[in-house]
Design a binder for this molecule. Structure first.
Ligand code: G3H
Ligand code: 13P
Ligand code: ZN
Length: 361
């Protein structure tokens, strides 16, 4: 089966009212674990690679690995997405390597630290949309800056994210601006800011509406009912994983992530793509720590990696089930890129028209 575009997959998810987790990967073990989980529950998959992942694994290695996963799991529609593209060239080279979707994150400048102006964001996102749609690939844009409503700061845990303190206005996507942004750029999906941030340290307490502003999701969905919304920073940082990590020598201070029930609420209000990396990292490293602590003479990396893959597989499966993704892979007949390109050229997929990419068989 050919790779699916983000647009076709999220159109299907919108028609049927489910959400799709987007898992970050950097290596073969993560790819295998995610696909194993998807195959077990018949879920379509979004695998995303950050700029860091692309330089860690190498574009050629990543592309060949995705080819292999496609061949191993021909029944699972698989979307390969660039996470947080910082400039046009990042998105262009992703497309050259077979990605079927890119995120142009124009909420920040190319340094991935400095908040960008609205006009800069519109212009660069529109240019990436023009480029990607010519070949039928999809584009996710971002409006608003990810960061904490508790302390007004972005996250630097992964070496990207806004630097310094920013205002509440910048940390919450403005619904009126969202309407203008989607119309002006023609993005296929819109990432919004409502208090989530990347990494493990999102909230210092179980989040309520003051620090996780789900009302912003609802308001934007009300104004843009045909636009697929994306929640970044959506790891739940589950207590059992924190405990497992700390039980075997880890030192993770108590923290709170985005509760799964809030994500499920988001899915009822137009959230279709849910970005999860931290939980995947934690599931794997908690398993490494257990082996390292309990089997101190062990030096075969596979003895560490196999339980880590099992931990990641279980986490992914749980999210596929919680978000309603399970059971949908077999309903999707992948539309080839060339046909998606034709539909964009005929304006059939304009977001304001709410075109649906004819996802189901
Ligand atoms: O966008 C955030 C993801 O967690 C990717 O992190 O840049 O360290 O690969 P990374
Ligand atoms: P988490 O750090 O919450 O997993 O978020 C990942 C993400 O948003 C990647 O773009
Ligand atoms: Zn993100």
């Amino acid at each position: 089966m050919a790779l699916i575009t983000l647009r076709q997959l999220l159109d299907h998810a919108a028609e049927r009212g489910y959400g799709v987790p987007a898992f970050n990967i950097n290596n073969m073990e993560q790819g295998l674990a995610i696909m194993e989980a998807a195959a077990a529950v018949d879920a379509p998959v979004i695998i995303q690679a950050s700029r860091g992942a692309r330089s860690y694994a190498n574009d050629i290695m990543l592309a060949k690995m995705i080819d292999a996963l496609e061949e191993m799991y021909p029944q699972i529609p698989l979307c390969l997405h660039q996470d947080h593209g910082n400039e046009e060239s990042t998105c262009a080279t992703a497309l050259q390597h077979g990605f079927t979707s890119v995120m142009m994150d124009g909420s920040l400048m190319a340094d991935a630290k400095t908040p960008a102006s609205y006009q800069y964001n519109v212009d660069i996102t529109r240019r990436v949309v023009d480029m990607a749609h010519w070949i039928g690939a999809s584009v996710e844009g971002e409006l608003g800056v990810l960061g904490s409503l508790e302390h007004g700061g972005g996250e630097q845990e992964d070496g990207h994210g806004v630097e310094g303190e920013i205002s509440h206005d910048q940390l919450l996507t403005d619904p009126d601006q969202a309407v203008d942004f989607v119309r002006s750029t023609k993005v296929d999906a819109l990432a919004i800011a409502m208090g989530t941030s990347h990494g493990a340290y999102k909230f210092s307490r179980k989040p309520d509406g003051d620090i996780l502003a789900m009302r912003v999701v609802e308001e934007i969905h009300h104004r843009l009912p045909n636009t697929h919304l994306v929640m970044h920073g959506s790891s739940s940082v589950p207590q059992p994983l924190q405990d497992a990590f700390n039980q075997f020598g880890g030192e993770m201070p108590q923290t709170w992530g985005v509760p799964v029930e809030e994500i499920v609420r988001g899915i009822k209000h137009g959230v279709r793509k849910i970005n999860i990396d931290t939980d995947c990292r934690l599931a794997m490293t908690a398993a490494f720590r257990k082996v390292a602590t309990q089997s101190r003479s062990e030096f075969d990396p596979r003895k560490f990696l196999k339980p880590a893959m099992d931990g990641l597989r279980d986490l992914c499966r749980e999210r596929f089930e919680q978000f309603g993704t399970a059971g949908h892979a077999s309903q999707i007949k992948v539309v080839p890129l060339a046909e998606m390109a034709r539909r964009y050229r005929s304006s059939a997929l304009d977001p304001q028209i709410g075109g649906i990419a004819d996802a189901a068989e």
